[in-house]
Design a protein around this ligand. Sequence first.
Ligand code: C2E
Ligand code: CA
Ligand code: CA
Length: 501
Amino acid sequence: MQANSGLSLWSNQSMLLAGLALASLLIVGLGLLFWRQQRAGRRMAASLEAMTSLFQEASRTELPGLVARTQFDAALDTAVQRSDNGGLPVSVLFVNLDDFSSVNDSYGFHDGDEVIAQVAQRLSALVGSGTVISRMGGDEFLLLLPATVEQACAVATRLVEALGQAYRVKPRGEVVLGCSIGIAAYPQHGARPQLVAHANAAMRAVKLAGGGACMVFEPRMAVDNREQAELLQDLRLAVANGELELFYQPKVDARSLQITAAEALLRWHHPKRGMVSPAVFIPLAERHGLIGPIGNWVIADACRQAAQWRDSGLRMRVAINISPYQMRQDDLVERLQQTLAQHKLQPGRFTCEITESVAMEDTQVTRRTFAKMRQAGLHVSIDDFGVGQTSLSYLRRLPAAELKIDASFVQDLAFNLDSRSIVDALVRLAHALGLRVVAEGVETEAQRDVLVAMGCDELQGYLFARPMSARALALWALDDGQRPDAQFRSSLFQDTAPLPE
Ligand code: C2E
Ligand code: CA
Ligand code: CA
């Protein structure tokens, strides 16, 4: 099937392939989930049962299964005292939903409350009766577990998975949210008064790293809050001070190794700290409303660069990463169109990389943005694919031309059969849907060989090139294989067929 040949040409064979790929994905996913739950379940059962009676007196709040904060504090006091007297271990989990404000913004507070109630339900159902749960307000929950830090980690991992499943928002559909969980255990991570604050600091560290995971408290995290505030101050001035720069990492054709595209990756040259990773400052900017001006700067600079490369004869797409906030901005596509037109760039040669979790967020505003992207003829890529929740029918309706398989699957491809089956299924699924497949994070020749054998279209990773300055990339791309250390040859522009209607 040709790339993007449209739903009208959706053949029976493709449907069958997509079905098979989806079935293999489901089987692999369910197998992994079952195995994890069995293991974690066995470990936890003994200590959870023993603690059941301790907290049963805790009275209820309006959310079933949850107690008020004062009761949580009293239960924590008791648990700590008992632990001092040789009782059960104590761990505190600080749970914060990622980007919950988008639910209130998109659906309103009533549906937001409904989602919170579903979160509380899942928490109660998953942790067992020995755990005390309290809502801190907003989208934050505290959990007190009679568990060692290892057991608490197993529970937190299960929670990250379970809370990441779609929530019903009647009557309009579903919403998917990640969550960040910080863990602090007594006594190794602090005395009683610091426990909750340290679990909170660990939760913030998860957010800084992009959310959707859990972390155990480390002493360095305690200073991170102060550092974060300083970074935030500096970040406010970064655009105006000219401290941002776009680096570019090539994507190469899997067979010919010619460059097909360059992905813009943001770098912040901090005057005192040196280079700060986007994995640190993008989530920070996102949370504190600074991503708007930064995202606009990225659009302007990437278009300027794309035009300059085009004028010097380079044939490659330029890709930018679109943040969740930008996807929800009403004027994102208009801004892109204006800037592309200003530089006389074709929208079809400019790629917007949108992470799977945001792409699958089927809200009115993202639907509108996708519709405008389709109309504008932009090249859309679904980034970090495979880690989130994907609805196949929704994926089919998106104006995407490319799927980027998440680096986590690529990393252990050469020796992990699960990853291999997942990547194989993803490649088949993408091809059945008429999408090109890019594998990212390719570091070894063994990974490359497996990916090429599976039929991946394009590859990206340190094996070929690290992200580099625009000037350095132009030198590589124009070099035409003259350099002895070059893993790839000069640029190649791969046109894609028009987007499906
Ligand atoms: P991403 O879009 O998934 O980008 C890929 C990340 O993996 C980049 O990290 C890249 O340098 C790194 N990488 C590439 N090849 C390899 C490899 O072979 N091995 C390993 N271990 N890593 C590899 P980077 O540049 O630190 O960016 C991190 C994330 O920050 C990006 O993940 C993206 O989500 C975000 N980001 C970067 N620039 C922007 C931007 O301009 N706007 C927005 N909204 N987000 C950005
Ligand atoms: Ca990307
Ligand atoms: Ca990615």
